[in-house]
Design a protein around this ligand. Sequence first.
Ligand code: PMP
Length: 443
Amino acid sequence: VSKNQELLEQQERRESNARSYPRRIPIAIDRAEGVFVHDVDGKRYYDCLAGAGTLALGHNHPVAIQAIEQVIRDKRPLHTLDLTTPVKEEFINEVFSSLPEEFAKRAKIQFCGPTGGDAIEAAIKLVKTATGKRSILSFQGGYHGSTQGTMSLSGTLGPKEKVQGLVPDVHFLPYPYAYRCPFGVGGEESHRISSRYIENLLDDPESGVLPPAGMIFEVVQGEGGSIPAPIEWIREMRRITKERGIPLIIDEVQTGIGRTGKLFAFEHADIIPDVIVLSKAIGGSLPLSVVIYDKDLDQWSPGAHIGTFRGNQMAMAAGAATLKFIKENDLASHAGRMGEKLMDSLKELQEDIHEIGDVRGRGLMVGVEIVNPLYQPAPNGSYPANPELASKIQRECFNRGLILEVGGRHSSVVRFLPPLIITEEQMNEVIAIFKAAVRAAVQ
Ligand code: PMP
């Protein structure tokens, strides 16, 4: 057996039944650089999963590595709880100077610890404390984490069914998912009905929805299947929440730091949220998460959200350097262009492959929804999800040296989340591998 196989089997025997990625991505990674990972037998793969969107600059980018090395060379403390340090000051300066000015001048930051899920927990506690209310408006298909609180906010039922007693008072609203429109209509009409429905619901005292402490959503749903919300809908959500004094929390854990073609995804809609949550790419490949929010919400007490690992100096240094590099090289625009190129090619492929129901995304957050075209379409025009074929396409890609994620509400969306530094030439190769894999899988 290969070294790869041996390691996979050994770890499978001893690891928990809850392990996830190794089940679908049977690689034992030895080394990694840029958009590539190499397995222990020396085979090279394009990594378009990239730590589920974490590795904005790819693996081991010199900018991140140098920042980490500098922290060590300067004998900075590697562990600090959330104590004051110059490295933290530089990180805060870099982040605040990246925000729209109108937001930055009113912004406060809370360091969390250090996962996206923990920062979402903090954001929810923040708005509950500030408003004195307890219910939260969340969206179908949304994903916000795997703790009990964040799971309660996530729309996907699968993992929730087995865990009794999650956090109550979460109201799920229809996300503007054009391909599987919850109102049974497509296109523009879909998101207009969604916002009208939400506005009516909030104004009807008998709707069954308690006065909300906040609304939370992803501007592009990630785990839910790379679904971009239309710009007009995002603006409507801002208007509706603002008019009613409901804090708006934008979960930028996956979309943040350039991935969607803007530094922050909410900027596509030119809105200013009350709260944003950042993790993944903000740590420059190391664990870090923060909540940034309007100072009017800063009504919680000292110690309201604590945690031991809120001060990782290496993550702050790598994160600040990553953010600076992304801005200096305008990698957000590059991500936008590469995403367009990818989507154009995928739409071309969709013309011959009827199993591709939908191609969508924003920037380098792109999804291909795999369907079964032999069945009758639903009243909203979509075909049934085809998770078996999505998984087969993922395997065919893997066999050809391309790592992709499969996600979405029905596990039928093949998702592209490559590092933002991917070159045009590399993107062409990824597209070529994907096309060959799809053709092999549908045969
Ligand atoms: N929010 C979003 C939008 C995410 O994509 C994720 C992770 N996939 C999370 C929150 C949770 O982050 P973590 O896994 O670091 O807890």
